[in-house]
Design a protein around this ligand. Sequence first.
Ligand code: NDP
Ligand code: OXD
Length: 310
Amino acid sequence: MAIALVCPGRTTHLWIDLLKAQDPSLQVDVWPDLVPGRLYEMAITWNHPPGSLAAIPGLKCVSSLGAGVDHIMFDETFPEGIPVTRIVDAGLATEMAEYVTLMTLVFKRELFSHLERQRARIWRKDAATKQDRVLAVGVMGVGEMGSAIIRSLTALEIPVVGWSRTTRHPQLSRSYAGPNEFRDFLGATNILVCALPLYRETEGILCRETFYSLPHGSYVINVGRGRHLIEEDLLSALDDGQVAHAALDVFRTEPLPEEHPFWSHPHILLTTHIAAITRPENVARQLVENYHRVCANEPLLNTVDRSRGY
Ligand code: NDP
Ligand code: OXD
């Protein structure tokens, strides 16, 4: 009975210590150094090499080390029928809410132009700012992340609208759902936030058509996944001012290659996939709880609907 940690490139000592602190009898091994002949009921993974999970003997459940599970779901070799779970954690949602609120305020309070003025030593105090022109922040995805973002912005009295697959968010006076309402949602927002899970239906959703359905001069914040964004479409929308600025935390290729145009684009603010980080001390308990549940054949916490894709 054991757990396999399949998180290449990540430091695993702290994870092992904190998992074992929950249950000292746990056997935790780090892929690729799994013990021949040992059965691993559970794998905990982040960006595993495709095919590696299918080769683990005894697997009854796989948990993502984060909220997103696209890295597991896009692995075509991952066996059907094995349940997938993910991290749901209040601390993660709070960090995400902070990040999106920060970027919203950067745009709303025109921090880019103030920094330019500072560099040019220009003292100007014009009253009309874009903050008077914020229609609403439009949050795509009103799940764990989206809801925390909505709570944070609403507390600052910033207007917010939401869009999801099916859920109409109870805290919002304007909440949109499904593809038929996407255009209306986009027309009602000029700061667009992507907090969607990545799967077949949402891949490439931040594209030319989406950008040109927003009011001219809108802002885009992507904290979902890099594959939500068609990069060339963003660059051309930025070139002609349809999108004024973008804040990007996630990228198609991570780490972002050194020669990538996003690094030096004057209208892009980028961060290195740090909007919200899973803290081992906050989530070890839920991971070990699921391990105990899988061993006891009990229903798991935070399961993903594999047929739906998220
Ligand atoms: P949830 O599953 O809790 O919420 C997903 C939301 O997206 C739901 O509201 C869902 O609608 C909506 N949605 C799903 N598919 C569609 C669709 N086709 N059209 C419209 N809406 C859709 O996920 P989380 O909020 O926990 O996480 C969302 C994503 O955020 C993660 O998958 C990950 O990619 C990203 N993330 C990024 C982090 C970072 O540091 N950058 C950190 C953590 C997460 P419905 O309510 O109807 O089901
Ligand atoms: C996550 C992430 O999905 O870090 O948790 O992106």
